[in-house]
Design a protein around this ligand. Structure first.
Ligand code: FMN
Length: 482
C-alpha cells in the first residue's frame, strides 16, 4: 500500500504554466513560502535537453541527473545533449524524437529523467509542497513524466485540459511501480480496431523495483459541475480535490457550453450556462480551489468565505521575477501591463488542441501579423500531434499547425488548419529556448497570459525594481487573511 503524504493544505496554489513558465525555480520560490509551487509537466524532455545544450548554467540539471536513480541513464543523456558553454546564439538545438504509442526505450528514459529533474530541483533543500501540472490532452509522454515526478517525491498532481478520470488510478499504479495502460484516442479508429493502447512500464526506467513511493494528492482542474460530479462519484476516478477554473485564466480555457458563439474579435462568448456553482462542487465533499481572476487579497478572502480551501493563481506568478518567460519578453509584458496597453484575448483558432487559448498582443511575437506571415510552418516538436488511423491500419500522427500539404496528405481537413499556430515552437521561444532555422532566423514567441492584470500592476508599482518576486505575490495574496 502506498502511504499518503502528511495532509498539509495550501491556501495558494501557484498554477502550472507551460511551457516552462512555471519551471522549477518558480515552483521552488512559492513552495518555500509554505504554499504550493507547481511545475509544468509539459514537454519536459525537450526542455531538459535544451537546458543542457545551453550549457546548463549553475549546473542544476546536471545536479538533478546526478541524483536520478539510474546513473547509466543520466550518463547517456549528458553524453548526448550537454554542451559545455552552450551552443551559442547561432547554434541549433538537436531534435528530440517525438513521442508515439511505442516510443523508444531511450525516449522513455529521457522523459522519466526529465520529470524527475524538474521536481527534484523544485523540492531541493526545503520541505515545502511541490506539485506537477499536466494537460490531459498531451497524453503520450504523460505516464513517463509522471513516473519521474513520483520518483522525485512530488506532493500533488494537477490535471486539466481533458478528463482526468484515469489519473488517480495511474498514480496508484505508478507509485507501486506497476505498468499502466493509457487508452489514447486514435481518430478514425473503432473500438474493435484494437489500436491506441499506450503501455508504460516503469521497469523501462528502473529495472529493479524500489519500495512503493509516497502517494501524491491528485487535483482535477475542472470548469463544469457535471465533470466534477462524475469524477467524484466513482471511487476509481475520485480525485483528492478540485481546482475550478474560470475563463479569465491564462493558457487554454474550457470552451463555452452549447452552440459555438464568438464575439467580433473571435473570442468565445460565455453565458450563464458556463457559470459553475461553487456550492454544488463543495457539496461533493472534497477541497476546492478557485482559479481564474482570483489573484487579489479580496478574491482570496472571498474564496475562503465561500468555503473553498483557497485559490489557484497563474497570471500574477507568470509576471514575477522567477517565472520562466524569456527576460526580454517578460520586460515587454510588464511594461505594457503597467502602461495599461496590454490586450489579452481568447483566441479560439490558434491552438491545435481546438481549445480557446489566451494570447497577449505583443509586438515582435506571433500576434503581430508581419511576424506571423514570416513564419514557415514546420512541425518538429510534435507535442500537440494527435493519433489517427491510416488506410493501411497503421497509426500515424498529425497536427493542424503542421505544413498544410503534409496535414492534408494525412487526411486532415484544410478548414481545420485555419488560424492555427505551432504552439510547441512558439512557447519554447517565449521561454527563451527558440529553435533556429536554416538561414539564421529564430522561431518567434507567442505569449499567453490571463486577464487578471490589476494585481500585477499593483505589485510592480509597489516594488523598487522592475518587478516583484513570487514571495511578494504570495504575501500580497495572503495579506487580508493573515
Ligand atoms: C502563462 C500561463 C500558462 C499557463 N499554462 C497552463 C498549463 O500549462 N496548464 C494548466 O493547467 N493551466 C495553465 N495555465 C492556467 C494557470 O495554471 C491558472 O489556473 C490560471 O492562470 C489561473 O487564473 P489567473 O491567471 O487569472 O490567476 C496557464 C496560465 C498562464 C498565465
Amino acid at each position: 500500500m502506498a502511504t499518503a503524504t502528511a495532509l498539509r493544505q495550501p491556501v495558494v496554489i501557484q498554477g502550472g504554466m507551460g511551457v516552462a513558465v512555471s519551471d522549477w525555480r518558480l515552483a521552488r520560490a512559492v513552495s518555500v513560502t509554505g504554499q504550493l509551487g507547481v511545475v509544468s509537466g509539459t514537454a519536459l524532455d525537450v526542455l531538459l535537453t535544451r537546458r543542457l545544450q545551453s550549457g546548463d548554467p549553475g549546473g542544476h540539471v546536471r545536479r538533478a541527473l546526478a541524483a536520478f536513480p539510474r546513473p547509466e541513464v543520466s550518463r547517456w543523456i549528458l553524453d548526448s545533449y550537454f554542451v559545455e558553454g552552450g551552443i551559442g546564439a547561432e547554434g541549433r538545438f538537436a531534435q528530440v524524437p517525438r513521442h508515439t504509442l511505442s516510443s523508444s526505450v531511450r525516449l522513455q528514459e529521457l522523459t522519466v529523467a526529465a520529470g524527475f529533474a524538474e521536481v527534484f530541483l523544485a523540492k531541493e533543500g526545503h520541505d515545502g509542497l511541490v506539485g506537477i501540472n499536466f494537460l490531459r490532452k498531451i497524453e503520450l509522454p504523460l505516464p513517463a513524466t509522471l513516473y519521474g515526478a513520483l520518483l522525485a517525491g512530488v506532493d500533488f498532481v494537477l490535471v486539466g485540459a481533458g478528463s482526468p478520470a484515469d489519473i488517480p488510478g495511474m498514480v496508484r499504479h505508478l507509485a507501486s511501480h506497476q505498468p499502466v495502460t493509457v487508452s489514447v484516442k486514435v481518430m478514425g479508429a473503432r473500438s474493435t480496431d484494437n489500436v491506441g493502447d499506450l503501455v508504460f512500464d516503469p521497469a523501462v526506467a528502473l529495472p529493479q523495483r524500489p519500495a512503493t513511493l509516497p502517494m501524491p494528492r491528485v487535483l482535477a482542474i475542472v470548469a463544469s459541475t457535471d465533470l466534477a460530479r462524475g469524477l467524484a462519484e466513482n471511487p476509481e476516478t475520485r480525485p483528492d480535490g478540485f481546482v475550478v477554473e474560470g475563463a479569465a485564466a491564462g493558457g487554454h480555457n474550457a470552451p463555452p457550453r452549447g452552440p459555438r458563439r464568438v464575439d467580433e474579435i473571435g473570442q468565445p462568448v460565455y453565458d450563464e450556462r458556463d457559470v459553475v456553482d461553487v456550492a454544488d462542487i463543495l457539496s461533493l465533499g472534497l477541497p476546492v480551489w478557485l482559479a481564474g481572476g482570483y489573484g487579489t487579497p479580496d478574491k482570496v478572502a472571498e474564496a475562503l468565505a465561500l468555503g473553498a480551501a483557497g485559490v489557484q493563481v497563474g497570471t500574477l506568478f507568470a509576471y514575477s521575477d522567477e517565472s520562466g518567460f524569456d527576460a526580454d519578453v517578460k520586460a515587454q509584458m510588464r511594461e505594457k501591463a503597467v502602461a495599461g496597453e496590454l490586450q489579452v484575448r481568447a483566441d479560439w483558432r490558434v491552438s491545435p488542441t481546438g481549445f480557446p487559448f489566451r494570447v497577449a498582443d505583443i509586438p515582435g511575437t506571433l500576434t503581430d501579423v508581419t511576424v506571423r506571415a514570416a513564419r514557415k510552418p514546420v512541425c518538429d516538436l510534435g507535442v500537440l500531434r494527435s493519433a489517427y488511423l491510416k488506410a493501411d491500419g497503421e497509426v500515424d500522427y498529425r497536427c493542424p499547425a503542421e505544413p498544410l500539404a503534409q496535414y492534408v496528405r494525412k487526411g486532415g481537413r484544410e478548414m481545420n488548419t485555419e488560424g492555427r499556430l505551432c504552439l510547441c515552437n512558439a512557447l519554447f521561444a517565449s521561454a527563451g529556448f527558440p529553435q533556429r532555422r536554416p538561414g539564421g532566423a529564430s522561431e518567434a514567441p507567442l505569449v499567453t497570459s490571463g486577464t487578471d492584470l490589476e494585481p500585477v500592476v499593483h505589485l510592480i508599482g509597489a516594488s523598487d525594481g522592475p518587478g516583484y518576486g513570487a514571495a511578494d505575490a504570495v504575501a500580497h495574496l495572503l495579506s487580508r487573511i493573515s
